[in-house]
Design a binder for this molecule. Structure first.
Ligand code: SF4
Length: 100
């Protein structure tokens, strides 16, 4: 499956939610999470994330591997994201820091 990493936390642009064909994405107050049991590995969410937060699980660098388990757990604990939402306050400033 694909995995949302900590780069999403505090931005939560939710472009990913709009493109996912199988409603993988769950959401809380800080970020989105992918339900690994639903993800069909289409990769569609990767290029639309403005901060590059989504990666294939097998391509995660060692310091991000913990996000596989965090996505699994938080997807089970949070509601399905029903569509695109406005990004969190300060998301554009945060994105500028991430991408600089
Ligand atoms: Fe959804 Fe495809 Fe992304 Fe998996 S890889 S979360 S199926 S858009």
């Amino acid at each position: 499956p694909y995995v949302v990493t900590d780069l999403c936390s505090g931005c939560r642009y939710t472009e990913c939610v709009s493109v996912c064909p199988v409603e993988c994405f769950h959401i809380d107050d800080t970020m989105t999470y992918i339900d690994p049991t639903n993800c069909i590995d289409c990769g569609g969410c990767v290029p639309v994330c403005p901060v590059g937060a989504i990666k294939a699980a097998h391509k995660l660098p060692p310091d991000k591997v913990e996000w596989i388990e965090i996505n699994r757990r938080r997807a089970a604990e949070t509601p399905v994201a029903m569509g695109k939402l406005p990004p969190l306050p300060g998301a554009d400033e945060r994105k500028a820091m991430i991408l600089r």
